[in-house]
Design a protein around this ligand. Sequence first.
Ligand code: ZN
Length: 84
Amino acid sequence: MKLLQKLMIDCETSAHYCDKAQYNEATGMERIQLKIHILFCKICKSHTIRNSKLTSACNKASLATMPKTDKEALRAKLNKEMSK
Ligand SMILES: [Zn+2]
């Protein structure tokens, strides 16, 4: 079963793909391999969950630290769009 062998990745590769997936750099095949791996690997599953939580926290943080000028520009743009 060559396909099965191809789909089975080790924990190290899984961690690598997980990081790539976080930055949207993983290919479709890599995402599938990662999903299959975390189906039977509890360690990598918890790693993936923790990683995705971390990423969403980072996204929130970068939103909160958005420069004031950007916020003002965004607000002005929104106001303009809404007053149409
Ligand atoms: Zn694993």
